[in-house]
Design a protein around this ligand. Structure first.
Ligand code: NI
Length: 247
């Protein structure tokens, strides 16, 4: 159930019995020479929309740009400063809380977002406490990283072994192929499995990972596996987050 495809009377009616909302959050950043710049936003919203359908919970508009400073040496990447992202998350939550939403489940597609999302939650909680004290509305925020769901991690290891890697992974690429089968690229990757290594900032990432992949071979992705990863993530999140969203 997508909030953008609802009317305000429908949302009003929903809020008479429900208080939960799902917020997909991703990134717009390079994913190597063969995968889409929108991968992390596409994967987050693909999983989020399925969870929303399974639980009859509204899914807010996707936050499609995240904290991707480290990818900025590659064309097409966009980033928010952490401070901007915290302000954006705060405004999404406070806007929706004004109407009665109280349980905010963020389904995230980008590891680089995690510290900022967690900081935003405490920014919101502390603002509410400082402003309203004991009368503060019972706003609670939760975070799930679909790609870290244990069933997804287990399946990725079984299908791809070490070639799952850490960025432009075959599991996330498979999910984009499930979502957009007409956007599958056949690009030669050299070497097939990208190097492992470290980075600190945008320049060192480009220096150490020349084509943008990290330890992965996204050519191992298939559309069918993408469908399976979406189902595994959906079922895990439904099972572990239904009580939270029901508030
Ligand atoms: Ni990604």
């Amino acid at each position: 159930m997508r909030l953008q495809l609802a009317t305000w009377p429908e949302v009003t009616d929903y809020l008479t019995t429900r208080r939960g909302v799902i917020l997909p959050i991703g990134s717009t950043e390079q994913h190597g020479p063969s995968a889409l710049v929108g991968t992390d936003a596409i994967t987050a919203e693909t999983v989020a929309w399925e969870v929303g359908e399974a639980l009859n919970v509204y899914v807010a508009p996707t936050m499609a740009v995240g904290m991707a400073h480290h990818h900025m040496a590659f064309a097409g990447s966009m980033t928010l400063r952490p401070s901007t992202m915290i302000a954006m998350i705060r405004d999404y939550v406070v806007s929706l809380s004004a109407h009665g939403f109280r349980r905010f489940l963020f389904i995230n597609g980008h590891g680089g977002n995690i510290p900022t999302i967690q900081s935003a939650f405490y920014e919101i909680y502390e603002e509410q406490r400082a402003t309203h004290g004991a009368d503060a509305p019972d706003i609670q925020c939760g975070l799930v990283n679909w790609f870290n769901s244990p069933p997804v991690v287990e399946a990725a290891r079984r299908y791809f072994g070490d070639a799952e890697g850490g960025h432009a992974t075959p599991s996330e690429v498979a999910v984009t192929w499930h979502a957009y089968p007409d956007q599958i690229r056949d690009v030669p990757l050299d070497p097939p499995v990208a190097p492992e290594g470290r980075f600190t900032d945008w320049r060192s990432l480009r220096a150490n990972f020349p084509d943008g992949r990290m330890g992965s071979n996204p050519a191992l992705a298939t559309r069918e596996l993408g469908t399976e990863f979406v189902a595994l993530a959906r079922d895990h999140i439904v099972k572990t987050q239904a009580d939270f969203l029901a508030g």
